[in-house]
Design a protein around this ligand. Structure first.
Ligand SMILES: [Ca+2]
Length: 311
């Protein structure tokens, strides 16, 4: 079984929590979790609680609160996350580190310790990832691969994980040689089936990790009553478990860092007009390729997630 390290923004939308639960159900060896974006300490405490409730050895997985502030911005005080509950303050949910640079060092150390045995899964804005690259450019390039949820490559728009820290995304795309990207234009097709939605909101079983996930789903529903259940981040976890889930294509991707298209991840290969993107304007290396998801097998995805949720 593959070793994974997860960097995520659990605590706003519900799909990070579902992805973490799926990773545990899949039996992945999770070497650590780091949190990113705004109130990362709350996110780390929520993660600790999920790992602790599920148990099966996951209660000892190290969790570090990473960078909440996008690269180059001034830190501000962020309010509690929407999934916050007072019991998260309990000492047993204390993260293993709350200094953002400790999270960065943790990722760097894990990359060097596990090398090609490790897959890094980044399913939040890419601030921690960019800090890792800036501190040690060799770290992430020494692992098997980094798989992200973020960007959009066949329908062009600015995706959340990129727009939240465009500078960080730009650093990541320029520097990683083993980057695989599941874009929002593919993940948004993973609409949760009615049976899954019902299971998540009304779970009646006795598995404690599932009970807590159901509580989180109800908090999410209260916070965002209009939102559809979109399984962006779980698709990344299941893709790591089974690469047949997504059709991946090589692409040169330029992150647009300013102007009206800021945050777009331009797939120059899909556009097919490289001469329109002179390097002095785009300032990117057209020979540098990443893999981007063109399609996903929703039937296979549903089969896997239904199994993990005992549906
Ligand atoms: Ca996320």
């Amino acid at each position: 079984m593959k070793k994974i390290l997860i960097d995520m923004d659990i605590g706003d939308d519900i799909d990070d929590a579902i992805a973490l639960y799926a990773a545990m159900r899949q039996g992945f060896e999770i070497v650590g979790v780091t949190t990113v974006f705004r109130n990362t300490i709350d996110r780390a405490r929520q993660t600790k609680k999920m790992l602790t409730e599920y148990k099966h050895g996951y209660e000892t997985v190290p969790v570090f609160a990473g960078h909440g502030t996008p690269i180059g911005r001034t830190p501000v005080q962020y309010p509690h996350i929407p999934h916050y509950t007072a019991d998260m303050e309990d000492n047993i949910y204390c993260p293993d580190g709350t200094e953002p640079d400790d999270a960065v060092d943790f990722i760097i150390d894990a990359c060097h310790k596990y090398g090609k045995e490790l897959i890094v899964i980044a399913i939040g804005p890419f601030t921690n990832i960019a800090h890792v690259i800036q501190k040690d450019p060799s770290a992430l390039n020494s692992v098997y691969k980094t798989v992200i949820m973020g960007g959009a490559y066949f329908k062009q728009y600015a995706d959340w994980n990129v727009i939240c820290d465009v500078t960080a995304a730009d650093i990541m795309f320029r520097n990683l040689n083993n980057l695989e990207c599941i874009g929002a234009d593919v993940t948004h097709l993973m609409v949760g089936e009615e049976d899954l939605y019902d299971n998540l909101l009304n779970y009646k079983g006795s598995e404690r990790g599932h009970i807590y996930l159901s509580e989180l789903c109800n908090l999410w529903k209260l916070d965002r009553p209009e939102c559809k259940l979109l399984l962006h981040d779980p698709l990344v976890v299941y893709y790591v478990a089974d690469t047949a889930l997504c059709e991946m294509r090589p692409a040169s991707v330029a992150v647009i860092t300013e102007g009206y298209a800021v945050g777009m991840t331009l797939n120059v290969d899909a556009y097919g007009k490289k001469e329109y993107f002179p390097s002095e304007y785009m300032n990117f290396d057209a020979e540098h390729k990443v893999l981007v998801a063109a399609t996903a097998d929703r039937e296979n995805f549903n089969r896997r997630i239904f199994k993990d949720f005992d549906i």
